[in-house]
Ligand binder design. Sequence first.
Ligand SMILES: [Zn+2]
Length: 315
Amino acid sequence: MKHVIALDVGGTGMKAALLAQDGSVLFEARRPTGREHGTDAVVAAILDFAADLADEGRTRFGLAPAAAGVAVPGTIDERNGIAVFSANLGWRDLPLRKLLGERLAAPGGPAMPVALGHDVRSGGLAEGRLGAGRGVDRFLFIALGTGIAGAIGIDGRIEAGAHGYGGEIGHVVVRPGGPQCGCGARGCLETLASASAVSRAWAEASGDPDADAASCAAAVDAGDDRARAVWQNAVDALADGIVLAQSLLDPSTVIVGGGLAEAGDTLFTPLRAAVTERLTFQMPPKVVPAMLKDTAASLGAGLLAWDLLSMEVTA
Ligand SMILES: [Zn+2]
């Protein structure tokens, strides 16, 4: 069966699959990224994992994968296949597409086609085609994790912007003069509504240094007033960010994923109310949870590989 390699490289772990053309998963595997061994070791681990996946495909289906898609964090030059920078994994200007294409080439044959994608935009692509955005032609995907990142979905693809920074809703300023953000600005959405921001605020309010976003959500459900104040603060900031995006992009659906979305209705019920309350002329978006959880970026990387093959056919 014709298949592609789908690989998501995260800060601590890599998630991979062999993907059929309809997006179905034929094989899945996970490995540690091994960043404690340094950047060169991480790159070697990525290349080895991809080569092993290609062997797996040959063994199972009697033919090599037709292409590979790889999603990585940080700044990406998708057009040239270069992983420009990742604070987490330590690389700068890594020509990952070229390295993978050569490593995966048949002996004496041409380089394997490789698509390089951004992890959150790849996750958004998969949510749009296979998950919560299926059948939706305009959506915004927001991932609430350590930080906040996003992806703008238009007609089955993701709009990356002119420089690869499109969809960075985490750095929309919703509280001018607010908390200092890692990007250098103050009051960015991710300083107020990321899972880390909620964890920090709840640890401070509860006096428990080990308190986190999940324990805050549990305390909200239990009726704790301090937890409710912390939670509502994050919900209000997130609603402000979503309304700004609504005015600018007018998506029909906002898909919310990442650690904080695990809180389910504890998040979605007040969030929908806070968004609706803020709208004036804008049409209300559907605000829905992401469906694909932590495999989204890997599936999206595989979809990028299939897109690359279909472009080669039409070119
Ligand atoms: Zn920022």
